[in-house]
Design a protein around this ligand. Structure first.
Ligand code: TIU
Length: 222
């Protein structure tokens, strides 16, 4: 076992690459691409698209270093039987979960908009976790996959910082994983939420984990 060190806040993080996973959260067309669900709701997707290039670099470095790479997608079965009515009805949207949106039915598995953007598409052997909630551990087998590989450290990337990334980091923290979030590999539609989401992770001595960036994580993986 060779331990490596990521320069991060609030302090350096030691990790064992053979027990570390890269978790790419919900880099789906409907959240990230112009013309998708996110933009239809009035959001500026360019704020999210800035993560694509650093995520690509980090994903390449992680694959090169032999890290376990996992992708997630938020979405539901076509009959919506796994979508809580509270989630489906929230916001009273004219076009919400399950409805026909600009890129297919919103947050429904198998639809074009639900899939991962081509720039970050999984390669053979990389599991894709389809999750009905915001957190990647809720009602999925992610924890089982990670424990079977004795994974201890998670590098968590994706969107959005304060919603699915944060929920996943909090779930992982309570399950005993150490999480590091590269700041340029996560984003929010709300700049203030992005800033505070990262502050909240590293406050109080790293209450939920560590914050670093793509370059410093890549340097550590080299
Ligand atoms: N993936 C994820 O964060 N899902 C969301 O619904 N995010 C929002 O910010 N709305």
């Amino acid at each position: 076992m060779t331990l490596k060190t990521i320069k991060a806040e609030p302090y350096e993080l030691e990790f064992d690459p053979s027990r570390t996973a890269l978790v790419m959260i919900d880099m789906q067309r409907d959240f990230v691409e112009p013309g998708g669900f996110g933009e239809m709701l009035g959001n500026d997707v360019s704020l999210l698209r800035s993560t694509i290039e650093p995520c690509q670099r980090l994903l390449a470095a992680a694959r090169e270093a032999g890290l376990f790479v996992v992708h997630t997608r938020e979405g539901h079965r076509p009959d919506l039987s796994d979508c809580p009515p509270a989630k489906r009805l929230r916001g009273g949207l004219e076009c919400g979960i399950g409805d026909k949106g600009p890129m297919g039915r919103i947050l429904v598995r198998g639809e074009y908009g639900h899939d991962i953007i081509p720039e970050l598409y999984p390669v053979d052997g990389e599991p894709v976790i389809d999750k009905p909630g915001k957190g990647a551990f809720f009602a999925t087998d992610l924890d089982l996959l990670l424990r079977n590989r004795e994974i201890r450290t998670l590098i968590v990337c994706g969107v959005t910082a304060e919603v699915c990334v944060h929920t996943t980091v909090r779930e992982a923290n309570d399950r005993g994983y150490e999480c590091v979030v590269p700041s340029d590999c996560v984003a929010s539609y709300f700049p203030e939420f992005y800033r505070v989401a990262l502050e909240m992770i590293k406050a109080q001595g790293g209450i939920f984990g560590w914050v670093s960036d793509a370059d410093r994580v890549i340097e550590a993986l080299a």
